[in-house]
Design a protein around this ligand. Sequence first.
Ligand code: G3P
Ligand code: MG
Length: 405
Amino acid sequence: MASSLKPLAERATSVLRSVRSVPAKAQHPRIRPLHRSFQTSVTPPKIPDFAFAFDIDGVLLRSSTPLPGAHEALKYLQESRIPFILLTNGGGKSETERVAELAEKLDVDLDVGMFVQSHTPFADMKEYHDKTVLVVGGDYDKCQRVAKEHYGFQNVVTPGDIVCAYPDIWPFSKIFLDYYKTFAKPLPKPINPASLADSLKFDAIFVYSDPRDWGLDASIILDVLLSESGYLGTLSSKNGDASLPNRGYQQDNQPKLYYSNPDLWWAASYHLPRLGQGGFREAFAGLWNAVTKGAELEKTVFGKPYQPTYEFAEGRLRAHRKKLFGHVGLNDPLKRVYMVGDNPESDIRGANDYKSPHGSEWKSILLKTGVYQSGTEPSCKPTVIVDNVEAAVRWAVKDAQKQRQ
Ligand code: G3P
Ligand code: MG
């Protein structure tokens, strides 16, 4: 795909070169007219008062294949110096690695400062850096390495490490042991309920990416949440005690549970949406409900549509905008952000509900290239529904023009 776009891009540039000679406005040093299909008479101001936040899966990519027009849309924004960030509920590798891959696939220059993925906000949770955390999800030990090598967490254990040391903890994973042994690390401490001082204790549980082995991952998380203060291999005596709040569940200093991505569905290469991390979360909630006979499950979920992730993203967007123009004064407010997404429940609901601490207005553009099935009523009403990412950029640039009049 990327290689087939190059001649197109070159062709587009030659088209641009030919077009430039038409209207004076087109000769603005910074702003170039769009590819013919993009043509619009809009010339954004020196520092545009608007910007974009693009979702990835179902907007720019389907699994790892670029969607038509993704390169052109981003290229146009870069050539027009209209700021944008990428805001995804995906994850599972470091921001640096992911940005390098995306830049390659989409054939545009990108940097980590304009990229937010589901677990990026975990990097700020410094209170756990010297604690022991359980990191769940993703391929091999990629998420463990992100937490350790990129986010500064010192003691990071995966369910794979645990099942390699104690295969009986989830007997059904014995068939997967060869896989786990390729990356498993020794545990910082053994499971030793007889002497807790020298036993493996968790202080937090992070689900970084879509779990691959739901059985093992759910079983380990359950063991830790039913344990005494996070000591794996123990059972809290408070569990089921009706005299206690929540019938004694999660009342014994058990570690907090953090999910990075709420998506029940996501747009992969298959023609129908696939279950995401939210599918695992719902399955685990069912397990917890059965095991605890209906006790509440205390947890924190990051990712779109939640306010903290949008606030984090807006912070990145503003910093990137400042970097792009060298200076952004009071006369250059960021008035509007166009959130382009394919998932009504995360991208659209998030942008619609977002309360910007900086007062910027977020508009939501829903595409037909991912989770949302064209012709159906979206579960959350967007500002507008358009076919694809090119149409989204065209609509937004025109809308921004209208807003300035
Ligand atoms: O696992 C990723 C998926 O949930 C959605 O990613 O880029 O559409 O937010 P994205
Ligand atoms: Mg998406």
